[in-house]
Design a protein. Structure first.
Length: 462
């Protein structure tokens, strides 16, 4: 069954021009947003229920960060938020990266309650074995991220625990302040303005004012999932100059008869999150980014089952050029009718949750993926932000961003196979790819398997 992104989104809203988008988002602060006060969950719901559209619309003139289109668009946003939280009993809330997170019972999250799921699925037992045995040790060391928090981040500035109780998950609070940075509810759900952010190899041709640029690799192969270890960075996005976002991710894709995806990675998107800081994100679509899909848990889609990771939250550490490198493993696996997402380190992942394959209807992703892609993406108009570390791919380890240990789950045999990737560099003046390479398992050389470096400084003339 295909699910629309909102129970109240009953028609297409026109996307405002990219020029208006760039003008209205140009004032987003470059520093990470902070909250002066803690807002309890019940107060947040009541404030949303009582929100006056005239107050937000009047701010659209005085505050360039508020760009909700009209009273009807505001009401659609308000009703969507109320629908997300209808009947939800939050155990407690906390603040992280300037945002409120609510500990929501697993069965009351939108992906379960609003899709009418009767039970929570059982995750895979363990990732399938590689075709070659792993060996310990690597000449090129990086620190795997098993949690987004430091040990001393266990409590927020208001004394609230950042650990959710058993059988609850951390859900980044969806607010009118977030949504009103977009013209319509449809705009809020989209991967990027004017449809930008689609899988790079499937991006439609056109002369959109807002354009997305990539450095990426791909492989066309029937599969039941794929794995990548992604080097973590937080490149600056200059919204005042018209830059919109920068990310690194993997795409698990069904291509025919229509584009369907399950996506994961990190992203600096000030309009989506209200400040500068790369965040953990997921995204999906079942119909070519038309009427389905959204980030994180902002619409009925993903079902989160583990509380150790928070979608839409930043990380406690980011890689530095010439300094410590940080990374996290992300993998999707189709198991018993669900696309399970694992997050963790190369030593092991936690199954965090899943997209029910029923989201994809009769499309390809209901039974397999047909294409896998890995790399970086940025969005701008006349100037584009850095991708990865901002260094060219040729700079190598410790300077350029990378993705490593890239393999997929065979559709026919059910075993893991190293990726055989094709290089794509559509914007070589701004971004590049080095590789793919195969490190093999012969310490002390390195044990990266299939890997590549990516990124670049961005700028003009991309």
């Amino acid at each position: 069954m295909k699910h629309i992104r909102s129970l109240t989104l009953l028609h297409d809203n026109r996307i405002l021009s990219a020029a208006i988008y760039l003008f209205l988002t140009s004032g987003i602060v470059s520093a990470q947003a902070t909250h002066a006060s803690f807002v309890p969950f019940n107060d947040f719901v009541e404030n949303t229920r009582a929100a006056n559209p005239n107050e937000f619309l009047s701010q659209a003139t005085a505050n360039v960060n508020v760009r909700v289109k009209d009273a009807q668009s505001f009401e659609e946003m308000r009703q969507h938020i109320l629908g997300l939280y209808e009947g939800v009993n939050v155990s407690h809330s906390f603040v992280l990266d300037g945002d409120h997170f609510d500990c929501v019972p697993v069965e009351q999250q939108p992906g379960v309650r609003m899709q009418g799921l009767k039970r929570i699925a059982t995750p895979p037992l363990a990732p399938a074995p590689l075709t070659e045995a792993s060996a310990a040790g690597s000449a090129q060391k990086a620190v795997g991220i098993a949690s987004q928090l430091r040990d001393y981040d266990a409590v927020d500035e208001f004394g609230n625990s950042r650990a959710c109780e058993e059988h609850t998950i951390p859900m980044r609070r969806v607010t009118l302040d977030d949504m009103s940075r977009f013209a319509t509810l449809k705009d809020f759900f989209e991967k990027g303005p004017e449809g930008s952010g689609q899988p790079p190899s499937l991006t439609p041709e056109g002369a959109a004012t807002v354009q997305h640029k990539y450095s990426y690799m791909l492989q066309s192969v029937l599969n039941l999932g794929q794995t990548s270890t992604i080097n973590l960075w937080s490149p600056h996005v200059n919204t005042g100059a018209g830059e919109i976002f920068s990310l690194a991710q993997s795409w698990t894709i069904g291509t025919k008869p229509i584009t369907q995806t399950a996506e994961v990675g990190w992203q600096n998107f000030p309009a989506q999150y209200g400040g500068q800081n790369s965040r953990l994100f997921i995204y999906w679509t079942a119909d070519g980014y038309n009427q389905t899909g959204c980030y994180n848990l902002t619409c009925p889609g993903f079902v989160q089952t583990a509380s150790g990771w928070a979608f839409g939250a930043g990380f406690s550490h980011y890689s530095k050029v010439g300094g410590t490198q940080y990374e996290f493993r992300a993998e999707y696996e189709l198991y018993e009718g669900n696309w399970w997402l694992g997050l963790g380190t190369p030593d092991g992942v936690t199954w965090v949750g899943y997209y029910p394959a029923t989201l994809y209807g009769s499309g390809a992703m209901a039974k397999h993926s047909q294409l896998i892609e890995f790399g970086s993406e940025s969005v701008g108009s006349t100037i584009w932000p850095p991708e990865g570390s901002g260094k060219w791919a040729s700079a190598g380890f410790g300077k350029a961003a990378y993705q490593r240990e890239l393999f997929y789950l065979s559709y026919s045999k059910g075993n893991m196979i190293w990726d055989l990737l094709t290089v794509e560099q559509p914007s070589p003046n701004c971004y590049s790819i080095a590789g793919p390479y195969f490190g093999g398992y012969n310490p002390p050389s390195n044990d990266w398997g299939t890997y590549f470096y990516f990124g670049g400084p961005g700028g003009k003339g991309c």
